[in-house]
Design a binder for this molecule. Structure first.
Ligand SMILES: O=c1[nH]cnc2c(O)cc(-c3ccc(F)cc3)cc12
Ligand SMILES: [Mg+2]
Length: 214
């Protein structure tokens, strides 16, 4: 039976990337998705913006909503100090199974906790399950209509501190209009739009960075 897109993406990693080298995993996926088969990774162009925000925040604890095949998981984890923690939530078990293998190939298992399940169910459990006091960085890259309810849930669970950063992918395409309206109009956030393009295309998209003011 025909392979799936995530399976073909994993194959490209295993063929072209060096075990234990996260940069080669990121490059192998970008090469594959640009020249062979498009996939919904944040990609290289928006990925550079992600890198700069991660480096600036230098987070001890990161929450990623939407793992997919683990591209941004590896991209973020490669920049984290040794004992930092990245918790990534993925609803789709097939995606999670591929992501685990991509993360392992990159040698990033120590820094990553991949949780299979619904963000709405798991966000309230993060503090107790992972001994997390606050999230330094949240990368929103899952279902666009979940960005706003999950942000409100993260606030209600007391997971943000002064200076916590929310970084949201796809705020233009596919688009997250209600989320944008919320973070841009709220007195509790200072928001900034980073104009870019939909991964591997010329279509406009961008990342919204929102600093929680407490
Ligand atoms: O569903 C998505 N989750 C997270 N990120 C996405 C992402 O970066 C792009 C897209 C996407 C974009 C164009 C298209 F024609 C079809 C899907 C979806 C997601
Ligand atoms: Mg995305």
């Amino acid at each position: 039976t025909r392979s799936t897109r995530p399976q073909r993406l994993l194959g490209a990693v295993q063929k072209s990337a060096t075990r234990g080298d996260p940069c080669s995993v990121v490059n192998a996926i970008d090469q594959f998705c640009r020249h062979t088969e498009w996939a919904m990774n944040v990609g290289d162009e928006k990925g550079c913006i992600l890198d700069s925000v991660v480096s600036e925040v230098n987070p001890a604890t990161v929450l990623e909503l939407g793992t997919y095949c683990g591209y941004s998981t590896v991209r973020i984890a490669r920049l984290l100090p040794p004992h930092a923690k990245l918790i990534t939530l993925e609803f789709n078990p097939d995606f999670a199974a591929i992501a685990r293998q991509v993360i392992a190939w990159a040698g990033m298992e120590e820094k990553v906790h991949l949780v299979e399940g619904a963000s709405g169910e798991w966000i309230p459990k993060i503090k107790e399950q992972f001994g997390v006091k606050a999230l330094d960085l949240v990368f929103l890259d899952h279902w666009k209509d979940q960005y706003l309810p999950d942000t409100k849930l993260i606030e209600e669970c007391g997971l943000l501190r002064k200076g916590s950063v929310l970084l949201a992918d796809n705020v233009i395409f596919p688009g997250a209009p209600q989320y944008l309206e919320y973070v841009r109009s709220s007195q509790q956030y200072e928001s900034q739009y980073f104009k870019s393009h939909l991964e591997y295309t010329k279509v406009e998209d961008g990342l919204e960075k929102s600093v929680f003011l407490g």
